[in-house]
Design a protein around this ligand. Sequence first.
Ligand SMILES: Nc1ncnc2c1ncn2[C@@H]1O[C@H](COP(=O)(O)OP(=O)(O)OP(=O)(O)O)[C@@H](O)[C@H]1O
Ligand SMILES: [Mg+2]
Length: 351
Amino acid sequence: MSNVCLRKLSITLGANEIIKELDLSVEEGEFLVLLGPSGCGKSTLLHSVAGLIDVSGGTVEIGGADMTHADPSERGIGMVFQSYALYPTMTVAKNMSFGLRIAGTPKAEIERRLARAAEMLHLEALLDRKPAQLSGGQRQRVAIGRALVRQAGVFLFDEPLSNLDAKLRAELRRELKLLHQTLRSTMIYVTHDQVEAMTLATRIVVMRAGVIQQIGAPSEVYERPANLFVAGFLGSPSMNFIEGELDALGRFTSSSLMLDTGIEAKAGAVVLGIRPEHISVSVAGQFEGSVALVEPMGNHQIVWIAVGERKLSAIVNDTRVFNLGDAVRFGVDTRRVSLFDKASEQRLAGT
Ligand SMILES: Nc1ncnc2c1ncn2[C@@H]1O[C@H](COP(=O)(O)OP(=O)(O)OP(=O)(O)O)[C@@H](O)[C@H]1O
Ligand SMILES: [Mg+2]
């Protein structure tokens, strides 16, 4: 197990500065998830830890040692890519042990590690097959196994589940979580899937255009997003945003909604953020609107309520029937709302 520490890391690819003076400290045994939209620099950052690209400034420390310019093989890392990158002509066993054989690991040791990884990943029955004879999920298991046998101090995952269908993805996600609980290794995991981020991470790092927006436990990032970008990126459906004015007593006013937030923050132009699960559709609700759209989700439904010119999404956890155009009343859990400064898009201090 090792910790990973990036200090003032800058990475330039071609003419573009992709990462600029980024600081990030990953603790030993942590499952850190890098989350962000396509092109924000997640893979680039991961590759710099792996030693697959050169950095233009700053340092990469792994296990307390400066690895900024070390060869990938010296870094004590195991990496799993989005494309499985298996050798098509080798069996599963050969694929998994390839790196160890190259490194001259004794045969008995290879056998021992292979058996353990195969057991953990339920690959025992497949060891003699070739990749073409495996399903997508099984191939990705082999790719994970190949990283596991190296017994690395740090595992790097670059969207390892994104090529799999939804059911398999959920299954493998749970297996990865169990694997981490067993191995207790440091893991850095890149994804743009917020469900993976929420369910796997001990801490989530939300990135945008090469810049870290927020670092925190999943619940913290979800419940207290640091800015509008993070608030809008996490959650499905997205947080409802309403622009309006906040007065010194914490009263929020907009064309569609007036609400006493009870929050003593700086008065001015703000954006109010309400998660769909904090809007409750009920006859006792303080506000009124009409049903604009209903999305049945099986175990719950998403009801879109037209209020003035706005549409707010609300999660309803029962099977009540809503018809388009129905007048509905709803309440807002004011203790759970977020407030952002409209100009800076940052969460208001004191909230
Ligand atoms: N070799 C390169 N030369 C110049 N720019 C590059 C190069 N490789 C990547 N980039 C740019 O760097 C930025 C970050 O790319 P990166 O692959 O790290 O994004 P990402 O967050 O992993 O995205 P995705 O979720 O799509 O995988 C992108 O804007 C990309 O266009
Ligand atoms: Mg990527």
